[in-house]
Design a protein around this ligand. Structure first.
Ligand code: APR
Length: 307
């Protein structure tokens, strides 16, 4: 039985635990700094199992020692955005949290893989790499699955078709400079540009880029968590089932897309080894330009950290 630990029992973390529990994919430990919070949610979720019909063991804890022997650790600890904030505004607080969390993962679960979800995503995943000292393929971030899900849902609404038939691809940093790729987005195998005009696509691209902020503005306190937690589950399943799924993920680059020593959203093959391959796509000039800008802004964020 696999063991999954989720650090941070807030909206994203606890909802991810709920989804994972329902799948019965492994035993789960959920930790948080707030005393009682993970324990209370773990009890509640196990009681839900009596209704929903799952037997997943869920343990809430405030002690890192309980993550020992985890196969996979998902980091959702940190503060979330409030209206008017960019993901980058979270950088200092969350970098401190990430350092503490990742060094404890290295201490108590040295054989695990790490999926980081805390924002600003690509920068915090870099912090997780450095603070854990893990090999880079074992540390990656959840961003592109979520951004692609947002793009796919807007496309399905526009075309009045099933969301299930849309396979979207969004790469680049998880921020205002992300790069949705219409030419690699299909609806039942049909390339998106054959179904929608350039103007319509560009308006959906724009809404996708602002997709997180749109929800933050509506919620007023806190940020999205249903689609983020669903996106975590997709990645956890790919790793635990060693299914070699190709999904956009924040992966450590070693020259791909002309980038080195940076975490960046790219199509990645996920399996038991973590990121087993990064796929390079041909892009048009404008996409390449935005990609470079996006990478530059991540580098700026990393340069400002004291690692
Ligand atoms: N160790 C463990 N948990 C921590 C720590 C820490 N050092 N610091 C904070 N936490 C916990 C908080 O107590 C809280 O329960 O992290 C949890 C965060 O939950 P929420 O505030 O509900 O935030 P959430 O919406 O889950 O977002 C978490 O994911 O999507 C990103 O931008 C988002 O960075 C944010 C993260």
């Amino acid at each position: 039985m696999a063991k999954i630990s989720v650090i941070g029992a807030g909206n994203v973390g606890a909802t991810a635990v709920q989804r994972l529990a329902e799948l019965e994919i492994g035993e789960i430990v959920m930790t948080d700094v707030v005393e009682g919070l993970p324990q209370g949610k773990a009890l509640d979720l196990m009681q839900a199992g009596a209704v929903m019909g799952y037997d997943t063991k869920i343990r809430g804890s405030n002690d890192y020692a309980d993550i020992a022997a985890s196969d996979l650790v998902v980091i959702t600890a940190g503060i979330a955005r409030k209206p008017g904030m960019s993901r980058e505004d979270l950088i200092n607080t969350n970098a401190g949290i990430l350092k503490e969390v990742a060094s404890n993962i290295a201490k108590y679960a040295p054989e695990s893989l790490i999926i980081n979800v805390t924002n600003p995503l690509d920068i915090m995943t870099y912090v997780a790499l450095k603070a854990s000292g893990f090999k880079s393929e074992k540390v990656f971030g959840m961003s592109g699955v979520l951004d692609s899900a947002r793009f796919a849902s807007f496309i399905a609404k526009e075309l009045n078709c099933s969301r299930r038939d849309v396979e979207a691809m969004v790469i680049g940093g998880h921020g205002d400079l992300m790069v949705p790729l219409p030419q690699y987005t299909t609806v039942s195998g049909i390339p998106l540009p054959e179904l929608l005009s350039e103007e319509r696509i560009s308006s959906l691209v724009q809404r996708t880029v602002q997709g997180g902020a749109e929800i933050v503005e509506l919620l007023k306190r806190g940020s999205a968590f249903y689609a983020p937690s669903a996106s975590i589950v997709k990645m956890v399943e790919a790793v635990l089932k060693d299914s070699k799924r190709i999904v956009p993920a924040s992966a450590y680059l070693k020259g791909e897309y002309g980038q080195e020593d940076i975490y960046f959203g790219v199509p990645a093959k996920l399996g038991a080894g973590g990121v087993e391959e990064v796929l390079e796509l041909a892009l048009d000039a404008k996409q390449l330009e935005t990609l470079q800008k996006s990478a530059a802004s991540i580098r700026e964020g990393i340069a400002g950290l004291s690692l």
